[in-house]
Design a protein around this ligand. Structure first.
Ligand SMILES: [Zn+2]
Ligand SMILES: [Zn+2]
Length: 294
């Protein structure tokens, strides 16, 4: 059994794009927007702070009731569905939290500004400057690499209004790539193929389905699972994950997407809120939702 010293876990706390979609028709795939937890041994990373960050934050504090909570938050970009859970990420209200924030927006002030503006008067009662946690902002390259607690993180730019970046995390010989938000061009983007080369998992923006739905939203900055599979195949990725579900795609629609995707690639999976990947074994599991306590 892997102990805490040897871990590489990916947990999806939010898999929806654009806007949260709570309700009975999305309860199985989930309604929270982008937030992914990445655990590399004792290093805790998170990709984006969409509304999934709220439950993730509560879990973190519950699991670590005392002592320093150190988290590295890496932003793919700063669109609302990737930041709007930040004010409700409970660790930011604890003095024992040290949050390193990595973002590729042109200047630190832009990232700070994006987080601050949604918390500023009259939108929210507590401003970014009044948080108990220690926040440290880091500007990174969209086409580069950096280390967090010894964990290698590599990036590449993605075609998306305002820009976005793919994030590859390598740990203990395994690799996970998160590539959202992206609009495909003519064939797989060479930078993304290069970044994803030989990865164990590629989670990719599959907001739309090919055909009329994609055509109606051409230029909106999103892609389809067929285009994503082409990237995965070109890069020799072992398993493809369909991610960033369109708000109108309810559970019945997503079941059809999943069936079509698996017909094209039996190894592919559709991201589900609460889905966990043990990167060291390759096991994908689905957590039963826990009822919330106060
Ligand atoms: Zn998005
Ligand atoms: Zn976006």
């Amino acid at each position: 059994m892997a102990d805490r010293e040897q871990a590489f876990l990916i947990r999806f706390w939010g898999v929806r794009g654009s806007i949260p979609t709570p309700g009975p028709e999305t309860v199985r795939y989930g309604g929270n927007t982008t937030c992914i937890e990445v655990r590399c041994d004792d290093v805790t990373l998170m990709i984006d702070s969409g509304t999934g960050a709220r439950r993730f934050g509560r879990r973190l504090l519950r699991d670590q009731p005392t002592g320093t909570v150190r988290i590295a938050l890496i932003f793919s970009h700063l669109h609302l569905d990737h930041v709007q859970g930040f004010p409700f990420f409970a660790p930011i209200y604890e003095a024992r939290t040290h949050l390193d924030i990595y973002s590729a927006t042109p200047a630190e002030s832009t990232t700070q500004g994006a987080l601050d503006s949604q918390m500023a008067y009259p939108s929210f009662p507590i401003g970014l400057a009044n948080l108990a946690a220690k926040l440290e902002f880091h500007t990174v390259e969209r086409d580069g690499s950096f280390e967090v607690g010894g964990v290698r993180v590599s990036t590449c730019p993605l075609s998306h209004p305002g820009g976005s970046m793919a994030i590859r995390i390598d740990h203990r010989g395994k690799s996970f790539v998160q590539a959202s938000d992206i609009e495909h061009g003519d064939g797989p983007a060479p930078e993304l193929v290069a970044l994803s080369r030989g990865a164990d998992f590629l989670s990719y923006d599959t907001t739309y389905v090919d055909g009329e739905e994609y055509e109606r939203h051409r230029g909106w900055g999103h892609s389809t699972w067929r285009e994503g599979l082409a990237v995965a195949r070109a890069a020799g990725v072992k398993r493809f994950i369909a991610f960033h579900h369109e708000p109108s795609h309810d559970d019945a629609f997503m079941d059809r997407v999943a069936a079509e995707l698996r017909a094209a690639d039996p190894n592919a999976v559709v991201a589900v809120e609460g889905m966990t990947i043990d990167m060291l074994t390759g096991d994908v599991s689905y957590e039963a939702r826990e009822p919330e306590t106060s």
